[in-house]
Ligand binder design. Sequence first.
Ligand code: FES
Length: 136
Amino acid sequence: MSLLCQEMSSLAHRVTDKLSLKQHMVKRVAVSKIIFIERDNTRHVAEFEAGTTLMQIALDNAVPGIDGDCGGECACGTCHMVIADEWFGKTGAVNDAEEQMLSMTPERARTSRLGCQVKTSEDMDGLIIKLPEFQM
Ligand code: FES
């Protein structure tokens, strides 16, 4: 094999290796999504990184009806959202401060949460949230 052919072959192998690595990286950074559903069934699909709160994801994606007036301090109740039944178990436990705030929420449901008190995790990809008609 000539020197030129050897160099071409080597270059082809390096390009192939880089393409494989890129494909592998694309698979690893697959984006997770949350679906917010308004009362009229309008859907808002929001991408998120694990560790972000549900409230922040809603605000970052201009989801209507989520205000987050206290900035996530569990003091206003304007981030109330209702988790779809099948997902509720993934959202963790309601803490005392959240329970107090939820008790004053007009449209409280069995699976209500304050979005500022729920940190997302990777296993929440596909989470469905129903938005209340009104906030406090
Ligand atoms: S942002 Fe105020 S209680 Fe969640």
